[in-house]
Design a protein around this ligand. Structure first.
Ligand code: PRT
Ligand code: ZN
Length: 213
């Protein structure tokens, strides 16, 4: 049987449509019918795995998938030793600290000895350490913006794109920890045949991106 490269993409969420669109623009047929967890491209040596985005870095690190499309934010948070093969330029956002809008922001020392709610404890802890700050991190998996209003935390660290969620919840963005976008990640342990398929894929992605400029 000829070699296929396995690409993990988000099953449903903010990355899904643009990931599928990119693959289709590369001329690769992908069938992601409802409920499907895997599928095979008819016209390119590629197999798809449809997963939760949080699981993608681990699957690529373990070699279950050869490639994945995931937000840089999730990649850094999971801390897996895999390569960013290409920045994809969609799903742009930033990971930021935000505080209640009526508070006066005095600079980064504001965050010393406060409590911060986040779904990104690792990236936040690294930021605090780098700035010699001690804070109490509350890890929560969703609806982080509600935390200050219900008295769970003094501040939040979450993804922001338009800023309207912060605004609606009476918060203001005061520090940016990182800028993020979707990235193509790859296992460092691909065999020669898979590397050759990756080169063909990258050639097509580059052509798509050049065409969009
Ligand atoms: O189910 P699964 O685990 O696969 O998906 P998920 O719910 O964990 O992730 P999903 O689909 O919400 O987001 C996937 C990726 O999209 C993220 O990891 C980011 O890389 C990227 N992305 C880009 C965003 C946003 N923009 C974004 N705005 N992810 C989340 N948000 C949320 C943010 O958390 C906040 O609640 O949108 C809200 C803020 O948006 P604005 O426009 O009001 O500022
Ligand atoms: Zn997720």
């Amino acid at each position: 049987m000829s070699e296929k490269i396995k690409l993990a993409i988000q099953k449903s969420g903010r990355l899904s449509n643009d990931s599928l669109k990119l693959i289709q623009e590369c001329g690769i047929n992908v069938n992601n019918g409802k409920g499907k967890l895997t599928s095979i491209a008819g016209n390119f040596p590629m197999e798809f795995l449809f997963l939760r985005d949080d699981d993608i870095p681990g699957y690529v690190a373990d070699g279950v998938a050869d490639l994945g499309i995931v937000g840089k934010n999730v990649l850094l948070e999971k801390g897996k030793n895999i390569d960013v093969v290409k920045n994809l330029g969609f799903s742009k956002c930033r990971l930021s600290l935000a505080i209640p809008k009526e508070k006066e922001y005095t600079g980064i020392k504001y965050f010393d000895r406060v409590s911060i709610a986040t779904s990104y404890p690792k990236i936040l802890q690294e930021f605090l350490d780098k700035n010699n700050l001690t804070a109490d991190i509350h890890e929560i998996s969703g609806s982080v913006e509600i935390a200050p209003n219900i008295g769970l935390a003094d501040a939040i660290c979450d993804l922001v794109s338009s800023g309207s969620t912060l605004f609606t919840n009476g918060l203001k963005e005061v520090e940016v920890l990182m800028h993020s976008e979707a990235v193509l990640v790859g296992s460092p342990n691909m065999n020669a045949a898979k590397k050759e398929i990756l080169e063909r894929l990258l050639f097509r992605i580059n052509a798509v991106q050049t065409g969009e400029k």
